[in-house]
Design a protein around this ligand. Structure first.
Ligand code: NAP
Length: 230
């Protein structure tokens, strides 16, 4: 019974970088952590680490595949009703807007934008019934500017802000909230090849995500939180 009372947090992109740090901190805080992503040895390592601290489950999903995202949503609900969904997984494929293939357009938009929206669609009815919960979307400072050779990535993150703002309006007075967190340059695999030096750690971002997932007042609903780095 005690295990069932743990607050449940769902984190996509759990295998590496910010998602991994978020899962580990959540588990250390005693949360029931649901790791969503592709099967890999890295994912297995995170699952094991989380289980050493708390309860944790793995939900396999290639987030670029909308059918798999739908199945993952159903799988998550079998495990319980989340207190928090952290949409963290993301990819960037750097090439000019004309050189990028259609497959790359679809892969980036599906992973960075459609998957978060479809997971919200799947999980929100149960969270609304519970009258509590937080949707934390991981955007990027790239959603505040234009960057050469990042058109689809930036477009997906700008759109994620629009989606979060609209959702926030729908969540008014429901006991739920949603925010989008915009990290700057984070010391993870994604930064490699960007030309930028790291200005913060994955842990810095993870602490921020967990603050909004569990502690921040609901009055933050619809907020865009920018992290420029120290
Ligand atoms: N790093 C930065 O400087 C920075 C700055 C601003 C915003 N962000 C955002 O922060 C978030 C996390 O990025 P990060 O820096 O932690 O990147 P990362 O270290 O490259 O990790 C990306 C994560 O996303 C997962 N992922 C990618 N495509 C997937 C797919 N199709 N299905 C399932 N999982 C998939 C990866 O899983 P696999 O291990 O299976 O590939 C991995 O767990 C992203 O949304 C990113 O846009 C990062």
């Amino acid at each position: 019974m005690a295990e069932q009372r743990r607050e449940m947090i769902v984190v996509t992109g759990a295998s590496r970088g910010i998602g991994r740090a978020t899962c580990q901190l959540a588990a250390e805080a005693g949360k029931h952590t649901i790791l969503v992503g592709r099967e890999s040895s890295k994912m297995r390592d995170v699952l094991q680490t989380c289980r050493e601290a708390s309860t944790a489950d793995f939900v396999p999903c290639d987030l670029s595949d909308t059918e798999q995202v739908g199945r993952a949503g159903a799988h998550i609900l079998e495990l319980g009703t989340p207190q928090a969904l952290v949409n963290c997984a993301g990819i960037v494929e750097r090439q000019s807007a004309t050189a990028l293939t259609l497959e790359s357009y679809e892969r980036q938009m599906n992973t960075n934008l459609l998957a978060p929206m479809l997971l919200c669609r799947a999980l929100l009815p149960a969270m609304l019934d519970a009258r509590r919960g937080r949707i934390i979307n991981v955007g990027s400072i790239s959603a505040t500017l234009g960057t050469a050779n990042q058109s689809i990535y930036n477009a997906s993150k700008w759109a994620l802000v629009g989606y979060t703002k609209c959702l926030a309006e729908e969540l008014t007075d429901t006991g739920l909230m949603t925010v989008v967190i915009h990290p700057g340059s984070v010391d993870t695999d994604m930064l490699v090849g960007s030309g930028f030096d790291p200005r913060m750690s994955a842990n810095d971002v993870a602490h921020t995500l967990l603050h909004y997932a569990f502690d921040a007042p609901l009055a933050h609903n619809g907020a865009v939180i920018e992290m420029f780095g120290a």
